[in-house]
Design a binder for this molecule. Structure first.
Ligand SMILES: [Zn+2]
Length: 435
């Protein structure tokens, strides 16, 4: 009943992005919470009657969906990313319209299904977030987020449509080409991943005569403060960061122009921080309130952040989280893309003379990501040849990673270490992020 009233209010307010942007940031927290509670109760009933996965899991945990009034009543019930990865079809509550995917820790893609209506609905909120940061109908948006099976393509296109702005969703094109097009086509807003932005900023910095952008929104990876400062200096505009995952259909939160925490999408998600440490950092757990094809209840994202207390200087009542502190996964997100141990194993396997004992580390040199292979010292090895062989394997096996190498988004290095410097690495935990 309450959910129906809230949905009617949503329907009215979301028809018009400027009106929605005026209302959404000042909705009192108590109303947001009541709204989320009503949607959550509906979601429990919906999944319990339609999703094989939740039917089974609720029965195992002795959860009666009709009696769960608040999310806290679920105790230690969670949805695990491994379950989504193993068999996403068991989550389905309704026939999907499209599928998106990301690489997981074991290298098998994690797939999530949506309907076109869901993409369209959630894109209104993303549009609202961008409008809040200053996008207006005369703006021109260039989106260079990775394409492929990622959710960013369909989501960004739908978002730009709601904003009614001129926009191009082109994927990760070479930085010099993007720079030329920003000048020629007079783009005013750029959406980009942080490492790629670094390369583009180098190009802009050496080319001079830098076009004026309204702001740059980063996503897809953590935005290091050093990258932000550098890009803001060169472009003379705010560089903001957004955060989302494919499983949550993109956007979870994004910064406003204050750049002091990411405002969450409290209209479509319940975001909890669990297993908190003494500083309040814990894993981000997300419940998707408005999706009906493959909704997720208390999904463990494996990403770590904390809540930001108090009102934002922008005046919005919407809850904020800190930028991501880390990912709990073994996966390392870097200039090469999503890197995980199994992928590296496959790369070195065919390389003649590759030593049995090795380790890989992701580090930064002069602001750039380096994927460094460390091997035990052995006078017979030719490091430069090994590096070339690895690069050749990247070209053969990993087209996306190869394209990023060509764009100078990272580089490969092979280094010898003394036996005492390196513990005998175990098979799995030998990919370390040292950035
Ligand atoms: Zn704010």
């Amino acid at each position: 009943m309450f959910n129906r009233i809230f949905r009617a209010a949503d329907y009215w307010s979301t028809r018009n992005i400027p009106r929605m942007t005026k209302l959404a940031p000042v909705v009192p927290s108590a109303i947001l919470r009541a709204r989320a509670r009503a949607a959550f109760k509906d979601l429990m009933i919906w999944t319990a009657s339609r999703s094989d996965y939740y039917q089974k899991r609720f029965a195992e945990a002795h959860i009666d969906p009709a009696w769960v009034g608040k999310i806290e009543h679920l105790g230690d019930f969670y949805t695990w990313p491994e379950d989504v990865q193993d068999d996403p079809l068991q989550f389905l509550c309704r026939a999907p319209g499209l599928v998106c995917e990301t690489s997981g820790t074991t290298g098998r893609p994690k797939r999530t299904y949506f309907s076109y209506e869901e993409i369209d609905w959630l894109a209104r909120y993303e549009a609202c977030a961008l409008y809040y940061c200053g996008i207006r109908s005369g703006d021109r948006v260039l989106c260079t987020f990775d394409q492929g099976f990622w959710v960013t393509g369909p989501m960004t296109e739908a978002t730009l449509r709601h904003l009614n702005v001129f926009g191009s969703v082109v994927g990760k094109v070479p930085a010099d080409e993007a720079y030329r097009r920003i000048q020629d086509d007079r783009y005013t807003v750029l959406l980009a991943d942080p490492t790629w932005l670094l390369t583009l900023t180098d190009v802009a910095s050496s080319a001079g005569n830098i076009p004026k952008l309204k702001f740059i929104m980063c996503g897809g990876d953590r935005l290091p403060e050093r990258t932000r400062t550098y890009a803001q200096e060169v472009w003379r505009c705010p560089v903001l960061q957004g955060y989302g995952t494919t499983e949550t259909c993109g956007f979870i939160g994004g910064e406003c122009l204050e750049r002091n925490g990411l405002h969450l999408d409290e209209f479509n998600l319940i975001v909890e921080i669990v297993d908190r440490d003494s500083e309040g950092f814990g894993e981000i757990v997300v419940t998707t309130l408005s999706r009906r094809v493959m909704p997720l209840i208390r999904y463990r994202t494996r990403d770590v952040a904390r809540l930001v207390e108090g009102l934002c200087r922008c005046g919005s009542t919407i809850q904020r989280i800190s930028p991501l502190k880390a990912r709990r996964d073994d996966m390392v997100v870097m200039g090469a893309g999503n890197i995980y141990p199994v992928l590296l194993e496959k790369l070195v396997e065919p390389v003649a003379g590759w030593p049995k004992v090795w380790q890989a580390a992701v580090l930064q040199r002069e602001g750039r990501d380096v994927l460094e292979f460390r091997i035990l010292k052995n006078g017979d090895l030719h490091l430069d040849e090994l590096r070339k062989s690895i690069e050749e394997q990247i070209r053969i096996q990993q087209p996306g990673m190869w394209a990023n190498l060509q764009c100078a988004m990272y580089c490969i290095d092979v280094r010898e270490v003394m036996p005492t410097q390196s513990k005998q690495p175990r098979k799995v935990s030998w990919l370390v992020d040292e950035r």
